[in-house]
Design a protein around this ligand. Structure first.
Ligand code: MOS
Length: 741
């Protein structure tokens, strides 16, 4: 298939060559005359306060321009608290770098050293000494639970649909507790920032961010700057998975340092620092109690989730939401508790909440299928929700049934032997498992600027960033399809807050929001192009003043009369003939409030695992993921999203485990030698299937979201396959070999 012309199923990444040749620029790859380097010194205690600091040696070290601590940090307008903020509970106060001497977590920045080379800054940072008044940290969730001080408030209210804890009265019951540790995003690109101040009141920031607009606003607020004086540039991001939504303390520290020394400043974290300075997926312990009738109808689900946050920052996520919405169960009770620990704050991580929740729910669904002696897919079909059980609204679209069928066929599910331990390949025990995922789909607001140039090139601009899914590629494909213009003649420019504000990259919502604006801009351009034909000599003999977009076919940069394709003109000629320089449009698309519908993307994962009978070594040897994400805008990049999510799912189920030494509240394995993620050898060929049916409600292009749902339910599929292979129900991920022998 020629992928360079309009109408192909996909196009290759428009920025692929830049990425593989190294010309793509990431936040810390910008160079400026007089560039200086910032390095953070970190707290060695997890809880307490700094009673004294000795920065003399660091200040006198070669090449050092400044050492900033809470003792000399300039007063920032955004650090001033209103009396109301000052009296807010600790958990709502947040943590502001260098604002005071309080230590909230081990590794918290206590000083920024600015020097004329990176090496000199690293050395000087090692000379910063602090004396602490130390308190005993609590970083163990189990210990915090015993203390009984869970947070209170709305997010933690018990939610009851139907009758509370109705599972107890069912004929068939199961109860099980599932646990998972802290997991970190581990993007390939380490977080970093380059700041270039002009005086004290104007700054350009090269930042790794999923959210240009909120980064700009956070900087404006913290430093008391005007919008036109804060420009944020984020052209390329080497992965983020949720870690680049916040404007983290290291970024604010870099801005403080750059302003103080009056020189461009670059700050890049170390991999070590990445483990607790840019958020993580919180540890969670979840109990699922489930009751069903003998014929496999769910009677009640009770989902009780316990998770953690930092003492200075409340963080909640929809861990229990999937249990309320995935199945047509009349009685659902959910409880959610969060305990503050003396650790840095957690944040969103791929499929936030849902990924954690589905691990428990979909493991329990498998346990119940076993208890009922029902096929796990058949059990799910018997509880298929035709309308949203929580809101009672209709779905904008739902093709989960189709996904079950397509995935089951692909992996040959019907040949799976449900009896645990019954399938073997030599010394390997074989098991198959499934797990489903649900993730909310939405459409936010977006703005796109468009210019159709006299050479027929379309330039689109939006202040959005791309953490890897290929946003510019998908938008190029979409514009190509709607406007009938070859992808090679489209330039999608992004990653600059000077462009019309686009949506944040995240929540699996970028393509939905931005795609709506791009679609609308292209539809408007068709109208404008048709208007150009009013006085055009090729068209005017037959259709003077009357040619409308619907009379025309727009194809490969040409428009032609639908009734007579020989009456044809290129966009370029139409613009030139009309005596125009270009056609320029600014398009705004609004949030879709979805008053009458709810929208979700769905995934169903089927995996084959092999467990070595002597050593417990475990491999995922097949992974089939069938996804209903609406209409697929660009097949190739969409597939990559699901493959990436599955890699995350393999990591989550088999490897990832943040370990804290609770004596000191300190990370033990904050490096890639000890914190394991899946590598190529751990990942089989991932088979991705899209139902690929348009959602008629959410947005004009018919897409839903895809980035996160591919991870939701995957870990359960693996755990369920392990049960099928071995008869062992492992309710604690990661499932490492020691748990299987
Ligand atoms: Mo995603 S956790 O919205 O980057």
């Amino acid at each position: 298939m020629d992928k360079t012309i309009s109408g192909s199923p996909f196009i290759d990444r428009v920025d692929g060559v830049q990425k593989v040749t190294g010309t793509a620029k990431y936040a810390t790859e910008y160079d400026f005359p007089g560039l200086v380097y910032g390095v953070l010194a970190n707290s060695t205690i997890a809880k307490g306060s700094i009673s004294a600091m000795d920065t003399k040696a660091a200040e006198n070290a070669p090449g050092v321009l400044a050492v900033i601590t809470h003792l000399n940090c300039p007063e920032l307008s955004g650090y001033k608290r209103t009396p109301e903020q000052a009296s807010a509970p600790e958990i709502r106060k947040g943590y502001r770098v260098f604002s005071d001497n309080i230590v909230h977590f081990s590794g918290q920045p206590i000083a920024l050293v600015v020097a004329d080379s990176y090496e000199r800054a690293v050395y000087a940072a090692s000379l910063v000494k602090a004396t602490y008044s130390e308190e005993k940290p609590i970083t163990d969730l189990g210990e915090a639970i015993k203390s009984g001080k869970a947070l209170e408030g709305n997010p933690y209210r018990e939610n009851v649909r139907g009758e509370a804890d109705a599972w107890k009265n069912a004929e068939v019951k199961i109860e099980a507790t599932y646990s998972m540790p802290i997991e970190v995003h581990s993007p390939m690109e380490i977080h970093g920032i380059t700041v270039v101040w002009e005086g004290q009141d104007k700054v350009t920031v090269y930042e790794k961010t999923q959210a240009l607009r909120s980064t700009q606003q956070n900087i404006m607020r913290t430093f008391g700057l005007k919008e036109e004086n804060v420009r944020v540039i984020s052209q390329f991001i080497g992965g983020a998975f949720g870690s680049a939504f916040n404007t983290w303390p290291h970024s604010i520290a870099a801005l403080i340092g750059g302003r103080k020394v009056g020189r461009p400043l670059k700050l890049m974290l170390t991999r070590n620092q990445m483990f607790n300075m840019v958020g993580y997926r919180p540890q969670a312990i979840q109990k699922i109690s489930m009751g069903a009738s003998r014929d496999g109808k769910l009677i009640g689900i009770t989902h009780e989730a316990t998770a953690m946050t930092a003492t200075y920052q409340e963080f909640t996520e929809g861990i229990v939401n999937g249990s309320r919405g995935l199945y047509a169960c009349p009685n659902v009770t959910t409880r959610y508790k969060v305990y503050p620990l003396d650790l840095s704050q957690p944040t969103w991580m791929r499929g936030p909440g849902e990924t954690t929740g589905a691990y428990a729910l979909e493991s329990a669904m498998d346990e119940m299928a076993v208890a009922l002696n029902l096929d796990p897919i058949e059990f799910r079909l018997r509880n298929y929700a035709e309308t949203d059980p929580e809101s009672k609204k209709a779905y904008s679209s739902k093709f989960l049934k189709e996904a079950y069928q397509l995935g089951a066929e692909k992996i040959n599910w019907k040949d799976r032997n449900p009896k645990p331990g019954s399938m073997r390949e030599g010394e390997w025990m074989i098991g198959y498992g499934t797990g489903s995922g649900i993730f909310g789909a939405s459409r936010g607001a977006a703005k796109v600027g468009a210019k159709l140039l006299p050479d027929g090139t379309l330039v689109l601009q939006s202040g959005v960033t791309d953490m890897g899914p290929g946003t510019a590629t998908a938008m190029t494909k979409l514009a190509s399809d709607v406007l009938g213009i070859p992808p090679g003649k489209i330039k999608f420019e992004m990653g600059d807050s000077n462009y019309p504000p686009g949506p944040a990259q995240g929540g699996s919502g970028t393509t939905s929001a931005l795609g709506t604006a791009v679609n609308n801009v292209c539809v408007n351009l068709k109208t404008k192009l048709a208007e150009l034909l009013k006085d055009n000599s090729i068209f005017h003999t037959e259709l003077v003043h009357t040619v409308k977009p619907e009379d025309l076919v727009f194809e490969n940069g040409n428009m032609m009369l639908a009734s007579d394709r020989s009456k044809k003109i290129s966009y370029a000629d139409a613009i030139k003939d009309a005596g125009l320089q270009q056609i320029e449009i600014l398009e705004s698309s609004e949030r879709n409030p979805m008053a009458n519908y709810t929208a979700f993307s769905y995934a169903v994962h089927f995996v084959k695992v092999m467990v070595h009978s002597a050593t417990g070594v475990l491999k995922v040897s097949r992974a089939v993921s069938a996804v209903d994400a609406g209409k697929i805008v660009n097949q190739e990049t969409a597939e990559s999203q699901v493959i990436g999510a599955v890699v995350g799912g393999i990591s989550m189920s088999l490897m990832e485990e943040g370990v804290i030494d609770h004596r000191y509240g300190r990370w033990v394995n904050n490096n890639f030698a000890d914190y394991h993620v899946a590598v190529n050898a751990d990942v089989p060929h991932v088979e991705v299937i899209f139902v690929n049916k348009p959602d008629p409600i959410l947005n004009p292009q018919g897409s839903k979201g895809i980035g996160e749902v591919g991870m939701v339910g995957f870990a359960a599929a693996v755990a369920n396959a392990v049960y099928n292979a071995t008869g062992k129900r492992i309710r604690e991920i990661p499932i490492t070999p020691d748990k299987l022998i």
